[in-house]
Design a protein around this ligand. Structure first.
Ligand code: ATP
Ligand code: MG
Length: 155
């Protein structure tokens, strides 16, 4: 299904905003071009964004900022979610898309969760022919990058 990506992101933003506010994390959405169409299942892709934003919020510090940005070329869409939170230790990074994998039991107990969010996100993104990667530095923050094919690109 061809979806206006900015509209979809906006509806997710409306759901997340009170949760970010509660934690005093600034949430900025940078999605300028609403003409961009993504070929995604809207319900499932909303789930991807909710899982990623839930993580960004959970691991942010009070007063931090989470930025969701969308850019594109003629063929592809690039969506990034970056936070300034606690980050992911280098040794855990290769495993975070595994089902039930969670970083440090102590830290995870405190923040709840079951270790499924990213596994589900990856499965959904890849089922749409997209890619998802994560860069992170412990103590600095995390950036999730998703690449999708444009739904309005004509070969
Ligand atoms: P669930 O999403 O099922 O509620 P979860 O958040 O622990 O549980 P995932 O979303 O799959 O599971 O994330 C896996 C692990 O990766 C988390 O336990 C967390 O430690 C780490 N992680 C994910 N996103 C971030 C982030 N933005 N900043 C720091 N650590 C993160
Ligand atoms: Mg999660």
């Amino acid at each position: 299904e061809e979806v206006r990506l900015c509209d979809l992101i906006q509806s997710v933003a409306d759901r997340m905003r009170p949760l970010f506010k509660e934690k005093q994390v600034t949430y900025t959405v940078n999605c300028a071009d609403n003409s961009v169409l993504a070929f995604v299942d809207p319900k499932r892709f909303q789930q991807v964004l909710l899982n990623i934003l839930d993580n960004a919020k959970k691991h942010s510090y009070e007063g931090g900022e989470v930025v969701l940005k969308v850019t594109h070329t003629a063929e592809e869409i690039y969506l990034t979610v970056s936070d300034e939170g606690e980050g992911i230790p280098k040794e855990d990074l290769p495993h975070i898309f595994e089902r039930l994998y969670r970083v440090e039991k102590s830290r995870s107990r405190e923040s709840g969760g079951s270790g499924l969010g990213l596994a589900i996100a990856k499965e959904i993104v890849e089922s749409h022919g997209g890619r998802i990667v994560i860069d992170s530095k412990r103590g600095r923050g995390t950036c999730v990058r998703i690449t999708l094919m444009r739904g309005d690109h004509i070969e």
